[in-house]
Design a protein around this ligand. Sequence first.
Ligand code: THU
Length: 138
Amino acid sequence: MTQGSPHPEFQPLLDAALDAARNSYSPYSGFKVGSALRLTNAAIVTGTNVESVSYGLTICAERAALVRAIAEFGPEIRIEAIAVANLNQAPSPPCGACRQMLAEFAAPHAQVVFFSEHEVRSMPFADLLPFAFNTKLG
Ligand code: THU
């Protein structure tokens, strides 16, 4: 798995993810996450985690951004970069459920960048979920 600092061109995406994290509704975990997707049409779409008093209904920041992107631009979207910010101590990559859903819309070259205040990590999205579920695997 390759890891490292992202290219400076990612900065607007990281800023958007951080802004979204500040809007997190996470009174139960206190874990504030923001995500920003850059689509191949150059649009940036954000999401944040929204928790529920019925805990299992919580939606992650990444999937919140994904459903928003599809609502705005339709099902043909392709994601070329995924940023995940959190306001906690350590960077957190997308969870397994989010990886699976993002995989269906990720461009082959998509990059993921996840970061917190003092640390940033970057890698190809394909490295995060190399063998996604697909009914066409045969
Ligand atoms: N969370 C995300 O927003 N993204 C992830 O990929 C994993 C977890 C949220 C869900 C919950 O509100 C909080 O982080 C703690 O799990």
